[in-house]
Design a protein. Sequence first.
Length: 506
Amino acid sequence: MMAFENATVAALRALASECQATATAMSYSDAEASHGLALANELRAFFLARLASSAASTPVCPAAATLLQILPPELLAVILSTLDTRSLTRLAATCRPLWRDAPTPPPPPVEAELRRRATARGLRIGSSLPNGALSWVPYLLKRVLRDVLRREAPVAVSNDHSLFLDLEGRLLTCGSENSGYGGQLLLHGLGHDWGADIDPDEPRAIGPPTLVPSMLGRRMVSVATSGEHCLALSTEGEVYSWGDGAYGSLGHADGGARAVPSRIESLSRIGSIAAGTGLTSAAVDEVGRLFTWGRATFELDEMMTNGLGYALDSQIESQLTPKWVEALSEDCVVGVALGGGFTLAVTDAGAVLSFGYSEEGALGHSSLKAKVLPRRIKALAQTRRRFVAVAAGGSHALALTEEGELYGWGGGRANGHGREECTPRRVAALIGQRVKLVDAGYDASCAVTEKGELFTWSDDGSQYNPGHVDDTPQYTPKREGLGGARIAAVAIGVNHTLAVDEDSVV
């Protein structure tokens, strides 16, 4: 048996070297393919024999993961490189010896693979762990997973403008600046410097997507926009804001507007961003801390909280600079969505929390009372599912499970059920579909499946969002044609929707 093991491992080591040497060409002869298949069959038989002999024992790791440890490092690296990031996460959770921190180099296999992925994505990884991070692999997993999610959303839309990131991470915008009131032109979303002499009676507009001059030379990874302000996140974890600064939505201490993107100095090492229609903003840093800022009260009811996640003095109308949501200090936040006066957060444990104004059941609790502090949504916890993404509209919300199941709730008909639902329920029209992406506009929603198919639906007022040919409201998810294109990213706004296919065509 030992001789067989040694021969098989030696052959696998040689095959791993061949794979690495020819990986760029991705071309193998019939003889090489047959040779690889024969070795794979030998390896399978070898594993099955080991599994049978150890069936009566209870190993620290499942047998398959334990057997991975005996493979040559070269072959193990090839295997790990073929896994998607979520599968790599499961493997790391299954068997600690594959990733536990080593006192001396080289790093353990999972850590080495994550560092390779981070480098390939252009992420900057320091030589020491940041404050709050206890181990390299969980920290790297969060960085890479967030980057995967960010890169699936290279576009953002509002009612009058659109934001784009090209393949080089450059920021482009198009649309119009809103003509203001009181003799002012409200600079909302284009990020261009129009000069000092701005005629308020002459709205500025840009037709085709155009590079934002002040951001040239900076590589961005994520964009977000509301109807009034915009955010952009760089590869270095820096956040830039521009547009209407009312109520501190831009995160600068002066509370003023910005015509061009300006860095929020108090934020660093940020992993994700969100911009809300209620003049609020949010950011999550690399260790899962949630920061919020902007308007403190809901504009339609100034006695109600606006989803910041902490209490402010009743005389204070806004939080001008980012503030940590201390109520979530025991949680690691991995995603955030801002709706019409309410906020959703999803944690690395798969829990969904909500807080803010509870118009028409947007918080997902049995009570319609507003919640100042974050509270777990009980109905989602009872599903025993692990949630990985959330989306928020004007008064409706969506949550996506790891298995691709979509749940919706809230007011109007954009929650996927065609009627108001105060308690989260699975969207029936998408049962049988494995959803990978969701987004919500003010009163419309969309979802993308693993097959790249786009589904859209809306309330009465959003018939111009979905692209269905009959131009009538679609209250439950309906597939868009799009000429057979496989969609990789989508953003839905008030008046229009953008979709990006797998070839990065918008």
